[in-house]
Design a protein around this ligand. Structure first.
Ligand code: HEM
Length: 244
């Protein structure tokens, strides 16, 4: 009986959270007031790009998993899985090139930001476990536009993305043209980058949607804005810079 109550509590909280996330999406897309006070974190093109990529990556991940797991081969053999996987990869590639060409400065600064690492980030990394498990917020050093955890995610998207595109191109177009060893290594590396990128994506999505400390995170990637208070607490250095 006791266990039943606990399970019901867990199920209710999971459904409650999913409901909150869907509610935030619908509310913020349909009813957000653009004049609401706050600071802009993500521009409209960046947000549109983010959600386009997110949908494509989830589709690529699901179809890739079906093709990859031997027991699920029936769905793979049905051909649609493979076609969907390839079409999403072509669309993704096209979207990426178009975005890069159109927003060259933003794209280059994304790459630069991801590869710029400072010694002081060690302080954030040391304090992070305590902070994300409910520890004292004041112990966290003030952050730039993104924190080192988000930088690790950005780096992952670049490194895993490049590996997945290069090995994916070999798997798609070069079967028979490259040595069997190269083909096998491409398959292995493609799967490895998928597993690492996939695990990091799960962490990214959980932190961004349901972690209590990141309360305005989902909102910021839908509407672009966070409150001044949130910006000050989470990204102190960035807030100081933009307030000048
Ligand atoms: C599918 C579910 C996803 C969800 C729910 C999600 C959610 C979010 C949220 C809430 C933010 C804002 C974080 C903040 O600054 O407070 C964000 C930012 C970002 N997302 Fe996603 N995202 C998803 C997928 C992806 C994918 C597939 C990629 C790239 C392959 C991606 C790349 C990024 C990047 C680079 C940022 C900016 C840096 C950061 O804040 O981590 N996201 N996302």
């Amino acid at each position: 009986m006791e266990k039943n109550k606990k399970e019901q509590g867990l199920i209710a909280s999971i459904f409650g959270t999913i409901g909150d996330i869907i509610g935030t999406f619908i509310h913020d897309i349909l009813f957000d007031d653009p004049g609401r006070p706050g600071v802009m974190r993500f521009s409209l093109p960046a947000r549109t790009f983010h959600w386009t990529v997110a949908i494509l990556v989830v589709l690529l991940g699901v179809t890739g998993l079906i093709l990859f797991v031997p027991g699920w081969g029936v769905a793979g053999l049905a051909c649609w899985t493979r076609i969907t996987h390839r079409v999403c990869a072509y669309v993704f590639g096209t979207v990426l090139v178009l975005y890069f060409v159109t927003y060259r400065k933003n794209s280059l600064s994304y790459i630069k930001e991801s590869f710029t690492w400072k010694r002081e980030y060690l302080g954030w990394l040391r304090a992070a476990i305590d902070y994300y498990t409910g520890g004292d917020e004041s112990k966290m050093p003030p952050q730039e536009h993104i924190n080192p955890g988000q930088k690790i995610w950005q780096l992952t998207t670049i490194i895993c993305g490049v590996i997945l595109f290069v090995t994916g191109a070999i798997l798609c177009f070069a079967k028979g043209a490259v040595a069997p060893g190269v083909f096998q290594w491409s398959l292995f590396t493609h799967a490895l980058a998928f597993i690492i990128g996939g695990c990091m994506l799960i962490v990214h999505a959980i932190l961004g949607t349901i972690h209590p400390r990141m309360s305005e995170s989902l909102r910021s990637i839908i509407t672009g804005k966070v409150s001044e208070e949130y910006a000050k607490n989470h990204y102190g250095k960035w807030y100081e810079e933009i307030s000048k």
